[in-house]
Design a protein. Structure first.
Length: 414
């Protein structure tokens, strides 16, 4: 396990906010824990810890929870009172702007969703109309959840495409048809809440690092494939954003010659090979060539999504469909091998349609990754599905708000 740089505090009163953040993160990851142990883990003096904990207890954010459990002899002295975060002392709102839908959740301090609501939107709607409807849904979700609006620390928004997290502008979302949309300013004006906006897959990566499978991982990558293919990276407990945005793994060139045109203007991008539209297009070609086959019969049914029917046809024994899906998995494995060679993550979370088809796709993805990665780098990488399943997007958005307005800027929470 690597030590998170963010958990090291200082006794200087000039950086009280940083010290509060260090204490809150210790409580998030190590509770129940005593004041003495917090001081040991952060490097803060026991006096500083005691004073800051007193503020947090007074604000209802921290509760005393019995006695600390120790596994080694501690010596003579009083038993230490254990502390923990009070999960419903504060709340956050997560907004996941997806292609064709918006999901809104109210979460507690552990990013656990208490209420989730969804609205569908047409790709023909303007960005402002979608965001106006989103603001109304946020207000309704807070009301329906029955939480005190004064205890909502902020709203996190995960949006597709290229997002500037510092301005809150969705610079370019090709799959939504959005360009230079001031998401943060529009929503903040309507909600009267702090709003933080970032790429949706970066948000999912942050949720895994703070609350999911990546809590003890130094370098984590979250790769999400659906209409597009994006990635988010967390290094040392912090989101890696790069100079102008990072994570457009879907636009890495895989087929330099004879590749399919991509929406980005290039050709042969990974997205043209492994995204949901690419797989659906190939499946329909297979079904057209064998109209009495298993796949054609599954596609004719309308009870589940098209991609799920394709997976089901493969599971039912359609050899051509299985071969096509495994070929797509091989391309994803190549893309992930390139990622491993560049970043060397310890954990790759692979979500979206690849999580839905895990039984079919993951064996080929992982085998290809290990074969293609440099030296033995691929052997040490874990590849798994998201901790939060289909709610990864909205929980990730909630994690953005919690990180920005609670764990990061702790002084304002009390």
């Amino acid at each position: 396990m690597f030590t998170r740089r963010s958990l090291t505090g200082s006794s200087s009163s000039a950086i009280k906010s940083h010290n509060l953040r260090a204490i809150l993160l210790i409580l998030l990851h190590h509770a129940p824990v005593s004041r003495v142990r917090i001081a040991q883990l952060t490097g803060l003096s026991t006096t500083t810890v005691t004073n800051l904990i007193a503020e947090l207890v007074s604000a209802g954010i921290v509760a005393e929870d019995g006695l600390e459990q120790v596994t080694a002899p501690r010596g003579v002295g009083r038993p230490r009172t254990a502390l923990r975060l009070e999960p419903e002392s504060r709340y956050a709102v997560g907004v996941h702007i997806d292609v064709g839908s918006v999901h809104v959740a109210v979460t507690d301090l552990f990013a656990r969703p208490l209420c989730i609501q969804t609205l569908e939107h047409s790709l023909d709607q303007s960005a402002e109309d979608v965001l106006a409807a989103t603001a109304d849904l946020v207000t309704d979700t807070i009301r329906s959840c029955g939480v005190d609006p004064a205890r909502v620390v902020g709203t996190g928004v995960g949006a597709s495409g290229l997002v500037d997290p510092y301005t809150g502008i969705n610079v370019l979302a090709p799959n939504l048809g959005w360009r230079d949309v001031p998401v943060r300013d529009w929503l903040a004006a309507r909600l009267k809440l702090p709003v933080f906006v970032d790429n949706n897959v970066r948000a999912m990566a942050l949720a895994e690092a703070l609350f999911g499978a990546g809590k003890d991982v130094y370098v984590l990558a979250f790769v999400y494939a659906r209409v597009g293919v994006g990635a988010g990276f967390v290094v040392g407990g912090e989101l890696y954003r790069g100079g102008a945005g990072a994570g457009e793994i879907g636009h890495v060139t895989i087929m330099a010659d004879d590749g399919e045109p991509c929406r980005c203007g290039n050709a042969g991008c990974l997205e043209t090979l492994v995204s949901e539209p690419a797989i659906v297009r190939l499946a329909r070609d297979i079904a057209a060539g064998d109209p009495r086959g298993i796949l054609a019969a599954h596609l004719a049914q309308g009870d589940t999504s098209t991609i799920n029917r394709i997976f089901d046809a493969s599971r039912a024994g359609d050899a051509a469909t299985r071969a096509m899906l495994e070929d797509r998995a091989r391309y994803m494995g190549i893309g992930l091998a390139n990622l491993v060679n560049t970043l060397s993550p310890e954990l790759i979370i692979l979500g979206g349609i690849f999580a839905r088809g895990e039984d079919i796709l993951f064996p080929v993805v992982t085998d290809t990754l290990r074969q293609r990665a440099f030296a033995n780098l691929g052997e040490s990488v874990r590849v798994q599905t998201p901790t939060f399943g289909r709610h990864s997007g909205v929980i990730g958005a909630g994690a953005l708000a919690l990180h920005a307005f609670f764990y990061e800027q702790a002084e304002g929470t009390t």
